[in-house]
Design a protein around this ligand. Structure first.
Ligand code: ZN
Length: 251
């Protein structure tokens, strides 16, 4: 999708805001100032499309507190989440490998803000060695996540995967409560809604989460970590410093 389809925010792009995305935070000064001059803040809504398969990538999104899903959709319409992008990362990975389009679909899963720059501006950042190294590290973690989630989707129970998903989302949106429906979570996990409802009820009974009127609140991270499969910890370690905490709700 183009930048125009997301609603542009009137909020001003500041260096402080840039630093709330892990990739932008670690850019050298010169490249950060290029982003500062060209970036636009967009307010993203649930299910808002970022790109469709075979779309030309016109812009790169750096989430601040929005959380994006990368999904693979089958011919019959069934889809499953194969990757995620939050404040630790960015969309537009094929651009790093010289490609202009992507095979997957990406859309907003938890509403929030993202900084967006045109792909052309993003390409201008790439010749810098420090930027390349930073993006190579992110790419490595991202590819590792794809592999881990493929195995997770095949081998682990709905309850384990729901706990893993909630923890990954919590890390990336940087707030304790976020909008979520069981139907949406079921779609992301490639499971039946009834199975996800049972799993969420078990997590709620245990006191790990509170779920009401489409709003999910994380109450006990340690409990969720115990309920999750190993995939949460594996992916968290792979992203390492990209998931370093940033100041909650500060702009
Ligand atoms: Zn797993």
């Amino acid at each position: 999708m183009s930048i125009k389809r997301a609603s542009a925010s009137k909020e001003r792009v500041t260096l402080k805001l840039l630093k709330r995305n892990a990739i932008l935070r670690d850019l050298p000064d010169e490249q950060a100032s290029v982003v500062l001059k060209t970036a636009e803040i967009v307010e993203m809504k649930t299910r808002q499309s970022v790109y469709l398969p075979e779309d030309k990538i016109k812009a790169v999104y750096f989430p601040i507190d929005a959380f994006l899903s990368v999904v693979t959709r089958m011919k019959d319409g069934a889809m499953i989440e194969v990757g995620t992008v939050g404040r630790e990362g960015m969309t537009g990975i094929p651009l790093l490998m010289g490609s202009e389009s992507t095979a997957n679909e990406c859309f907003c899963q938890v509403p929030g803000r993202a900084l967006v720059i045109p792909s052309q501006t993003f390409r201008q950042l790439l010749p810098n060695e420090k930027v390349r190294k930073l993006l190579d590290r992110y790419l490595q973690a991202y590819v590792n996540m794809l592999g881990q989630l493929a195995a997770c989707n095949r081998l682990h129970s709905v309850l384990e995967r729901a706990a893993r998903w909630l923890l990954m989302t919590h890390d990336r949106v940087n707030r304790d409560s976020f909008a979520l429906t069981h139907e949406f979570l079921a779609t992301m996990l490639g499971s039946r809604r009834s199975g996800v409802t049972i799993a969420a009820a078990a997590l709620q009974r245990a006191g790990y989460i509170h779920y009401e009127h489409g709003c999910m609140t994380i109450l006990d991270r340690k409990g969720l970590e115990q309920a999750s499969c190993e995939c949460y910890e594996v992916t968290r370690r792979q992203f390492g410093s990209f998931l370093r905490p940033s100041v909650k709700q500060a702009a």
